[in-house]
Design a protein around this ligand. Structure first.
Ligand SMILES: Nc1ncnc2c1ncn2[C@@H]1O[C@H](COP(=O)(O)OP(=O)(O)O)[C@@H](O)[C@H]1O
Ligand SMILES: [Mg+2]
Length: 410
């Protein structure tokens, strides 16, 4: 018991964690808005979920995709874009797989056969198809056409969605590839087909297709002004921030009340309990970071062999995890442009009640308050790291803890 095989915590792995916390709003957005509306033929934008590393963007959409797949939907795997890769090839490949799931690859209709071979060409050549100036439509229109066929097949099957998840979208460095991709997906999302309704009338409806894009907030500026208004009309952007302590506590409540079921090694099961103060301590040390929550839980699990995880286990476990916790936060801060880093440091150096733009600008050495304005705005609206209330405060509680206290030291 309490070994590597039965530990339910999973920092950094690519599986959906067994100990799940929060994100109820985003899950409900899928269950209660995106899926039912698109199934009903109503228009609904794609979703872009951004946030600093470790906030659970990939995991969240992986979980949504798992739910969809269990409901019988056609789902792409998480399409992770490596830096510098041609996203069109990757997405074309995935759309071909969706077409196969939809049974289109065996269709004898010429229109569908053509759509498939055009996407096969995109899967091979990607964005370079546009550069050859060959006759024929651009790659994006091939992707859109096949997605539309997938959508039509989903309508015919009934109560079926096609879901596309593209991850690490900030890695799409090629402007042309990015715009082709966003247009292809956006066109499929806004496409309307005519269907017959009882009584014989024909009405137009949207396709049962959903698109989730996940990645770092930097994506927001990359395509920024260029993708602009059209992109915003087609995709709704959410920026994730820390998970609330109440949600983290709720996730651990199962350990506290009933215990976590594990094999006892003799063919039966046993339960690993957690003292309430151990649960509180895990919630406290991780500062709302899902990655650190998993890390603190994992280390506490390993720190003892008894059937109950104690606060002392959490403390000893966390001591071993501190370096990793520090590295996690430092990585996030290091990635920020110098100005943003400087603003965070200025803000952290001030007593909480003095964190106003005026004081922050002063500490940063600006003669005009407004000079710090755009940086503060980005840290708030684009990154979700601070909140420009009165006074300013930190939304990223691990960054705050790191810059203003001895954290992660206990
Ligand atoms: N809602 C959640 N509840 C508990 N743990 C989570 C949750 N979301 C993510 N995690 C954990 O946090 C870690 C980082 O998640 P990940 O999805 O890789 O972050 P991101 O894609 O934002 O960088 C993973 O180890 C995952 O297990
Ligand atoms: Mg990720």
């Amino acid at each position: 018991m309490r070994d590597a095989l039965d530990n339910p915590f999973s920092p950094g792995s690519d599986t959906i964690p067994e100990v799940w916390a929060g994100r109820a709003e985003q899950l409900s957005d899928w269950r209660d808005i995106v899926r039912p509306r698109r199934l009903a033929g109503l228009p609904e934008r794609g979703r872009t979920i951004l946030g600093e590393p470790g906030l659970g963007k990939s995991t969240l959409v992986r979980r949504i995709a798992q739910e969809a797949s269990r409901a019988g939907d056609w789902v792409t795997p998480q399409l992770r874009i490596p830096a510098g890769a041609d996203p069109l090839k990757l997405v074309a490949e995935a759309v071909l797989q969706l077409a196969a799931d939809a049974g289109l690859t065996v269709s004898r209709e010429k229109r569908i056969g053509d759509a498939i071979s055009r996407v096969q060409a995109v899967a091979v050549s990607g964005i370079s198809l546009t550069l050859r100036q060959s006759e024929g439509p651009e790659p994006y229109s091939a992707l859109t056409d096949l997605l539309v066929e997938v959508g039509v097949a989903a309508i015919a099957r009934g109560r079926t969605m096609a879901l596309i998840h593209i991850d690490e979208i900030q890695n799409i460095g090629d402007e042309k590839a990015l715009s082709q991709l966003l247009i292809a997906l956006g066109d499929a999302l806004t496409y309307a087909v005519e269907v017959a309704v009882p009584g014989g009338a024909r009405v137009s409806r949207s396709l049962p297709i959903a698109v989730y894009l996940t990645g770092l907030p930097d994506f927001e500026d990359m395509a920024g002004a260029r993708k602009g208004a059209t992109f915003a009309r087609r995709f709704k952007t959410t920026t994730l921030s820390a998970i609330a302590n109440d949600d983290l506590a709720e996730a651990l409540q199962e350990f506290v009340l009933e215990g976590w079921e594990v094999p006892d090694g003799n063919g039966g099961t046993a339960r690993v309990m957690m003292d309430p103060d151990a649960a509180s301590l895990i919630v406290d040390v991780c500062r709302g970071e899902p990655f650190l929550f998993q890390l603190a839980g994992e280390q506490a699990w390993y720190a003892g062999t008894n059937t109950t995880i104690t606060a002392d286990d959490v403390r000893r476990g966390w001591r071993g995890a501190q370096r990793e916790a520090t590295a996690h936060v430092e990585r996030i801060i290091e990635r920020l442009p110098a100005r943003e880093k400087q603003l965070l440091q200025a803000m952290a150096g001030l007593p909480a009640e003095q964190r106003t733009l005026t004081r922050i600008a002063e500490v940063m050495g600006f003669s005009k308050v407004t000079a710090a304005g755009p940086t503060a705005q980005r840290l708030d609206t684009v990154r979700g790291i601070i909140d420009r209330g009165k006074p300013y405060s930190f939304r990223h509680r691990a960054i705050e803890a790191y810059l203003t206290s001895e954290w992660p030291k206990l």
